[in-house]
Design a binder for this molecule. Structure first.
Ligand code: FES
Length: 106
């Protein structure tokens, strides 16, 4: 199991687990972590699964593709470490990763 720590904008923390190959969005949804809308169901088409990955972990992720970059660019509260949770796929190197949820999804 791969541990992921989600931090809500309010400060609430959700420590949950997922499995290799699951997306970060699936892990959040499966564990009832609030704050990710996921309107397109994970097709990289809506941008409502925005999360901010802690700096220590962001460089362990595969590069965002052009579609993800374009959607993140439209996110009002884009920050360093911004990613779309549906495009981040879990692997063993991400065990313990910290992810912050924005105050709102677009
Ligand atoms: S769920 Fe729509 S872009 Fe991630």
């Amino acid at each position: 199991m791969i541990k992921i720590i989600f931090k809500e904008h309010s400060g609430a923390v959700h420590e949950v687990t997922g499995t290799e190959g699951e997306s970060l969005m699936d892990v959040a949804m499966n564990n009832m972590v609030p704050g990710i809308d996921g309107d397109c169901g994970g097709d990289c088409a809506c941008g409502t699964c925005h999360v901010i990955v802690a700096a220590d972990w962001a460089n362990k992720l595969a590069q965002a593709n052009g579609e993800e970059d374009a959607l993140i660019g439209m996110t009002p509260d884009k920050q360093d470490g911004s990613r779309l949770a549906c495009q981040v796929v879990l692997n063993g190197d991400l065990d313990g990763m910290e992810v912050t949820l924005p105050e709102f999804q677009m």
